[in-house]
Write a protein that binds this ligand. Structure first.
Ligand code: UD1
Length: 372
């Protein structure tokens, strides 16, 4: 029997820690053979190469090298460049993860070519259609043949949208597979700070910000930064800054806002640096999706700077509190955490480091059944 080739797609930073355990598990399975394609959505050392190296992801077999652009340009270019590759490789199925532009772009091409489409991390919903990722999630799920979910609520969302129950498999969270595998090897927080020329701090909060809704409008970003500077007067804040946010801070002269506080600005960090920093933080302030889950798995209190979350289990079972952008609410939540230690939470069902193994087992079994 020859192993079925599965074309595995990655594009952006939050995809890399999801694909790493899946590639590993496929390589250990006789029936499956991964072919790795990178769209090039994220392409530089900080946003891509450091992650490939630290997570042990092999060099991509194909790199579409699309780079940055508007959503329309980026999505269109990925589609245009992906189609001939799909024809040339002729895989048994295409596997996409998460909710970035690369996910929907490659998903659309595969589905129109009638190549079975597999979506890992299906069914998450913020019910906020102003988020580009929500559009990507809803559409990718509609065209997927096999949908792997991280929490039980995701299955309910999919059933409500008319997806056949037989296509949905609750397998747990591959991002937590990567986290559990690497947490012991993480770079300790003092070393992370020292590597970037800063003194180590004992007690600190970690901040990340990159959602368009938070950073694209200079007024909104300035308001948030002012609130976070207030937080930093209570507890030093370490802020690894996404390129999109760094560009906004520079363009709109917002460095002066930050310099009023005890805030340490860092460039985007590698995976092992970020895990090290987060795992010993007193709390995390973020608008990221992945960090809401990683903090829940690590038992670190998380303050989500958004009005909603597509990952409600991190609130109902984990350590997450969704506070939005209001300065008083942010400060109150931080104050509560400093006083009480914050939500302790529990690790959600099947976030046990074995999700990728479950995925490849199901995949090997189901490939024979789903239409080619
Ligand atoms: C994308 C995802 C988002 C994810 C985030 C994680 C979509 C719709 N959004 O948003 O869900 O949470 O990645 O980072 O797919 N840039 C670099 N180096 C790179 C890549 C990008 O400097 O390697 C800069 C470019 O200036 C670019 C900006 O970052 O314009 C934004 O990149 P882009 O891919 O457009 O989206 P993200 O905001 O990163």
């Amino acid at each position: 029997m020859t192993a079925a080739e599965i074309l595995c797609v990655v594009g952006a930073r939050p995809n890399f820690m999801k694909i790493a355990p899946i590639i590993d598990a496929m390589r250990g399975h006789v029936a499956l053979s991964p072919v790795l394609l990178h769209t090039g959505q994220h392409y530089d050392e900080a946003m891509k190469d450091a992650f490939f190296r630290q997570l042990g992801i092999p060099e991509p077999d194909v790199d579409l090298e699309v780079g940055s652009g508007s959503h329309a340009v980026q999505t269109a270019q990925i589609m245009q460049r992906f189609e001939p590759v799909l024809e040339r490789v002729g895989p048994r199925a295409v596997l996409v993860v998460g909710d970035v532009n690369s996910t929907i772009a490659c998903g659309l091409v595969a589905s129109k070519k009638q190549v079975p489409l597999i979506h890992v991390e299906a069914g998450l919903r913020s019910y906020d259609r102003t988020m580009p990722e929500e559009i990507n999630r809803v559409l990718t799920d509609q065209i997927s043949d096999l949908l792997f979910t991280t929490e039980r609520g995701a299955e309910r969302n999919l059933l409500r949208e008319g997806i056949d129950a037989g296509r949905i498999h609750f397998v747990g969270n591959v991002m937590i597979d990567a986290l559990l595998k690497h947490v012991e090897k993480a770079v300790p927080a003092p070393s992370v700070l020292q590597r970037h020329g800063h003194a180590a701090v004992e007690d600190y909060a970690v901040l990340t910000l990159h959602r368009p809704a938070n950073v694209d409008d200079p007024g909104v970003l300035a308001g948030l930064l002012k609130a976070l500077v207030e937080v930093s007067h209570r507890l030093p804040v370490v802020f690894p800054c996404h390129p999109r946010t760094a560009a906004m801070i520079e363009t709109h002269g917002l460095r002066s806002v930050i310099s009023d506080g005890r805030m340490t600005l860092l460039p985007p960090l590698g995976y092992l640096e970020m895990v090290g920093l987060v795992s010993t933080a007193r709390l995390v302030l973020t608008d990221s999706g992945g960090l809401q889950e990683e903090t829940t798995a690590l038992g670190v209190p998380c303050v989500t700077l958004r009005e909603n979350t597509e990952r409600p289990i991190t609130v109902t079972e984990g350590t997450n509190t969704v506070v939005g952008r209001d300065a008083d609410r942010i400060l109150q939540c931080v104050e509560d955490i400093l006083e009480t230690g914050g939500k302790r939470g529990r690790v959600p069902e099947l976030w046990d480091g074995k999700a990728a193994t479950r995925i490849v087992d199901v995949l090997a079994r189901r490939l024979a059944e789903i239409a080619a």
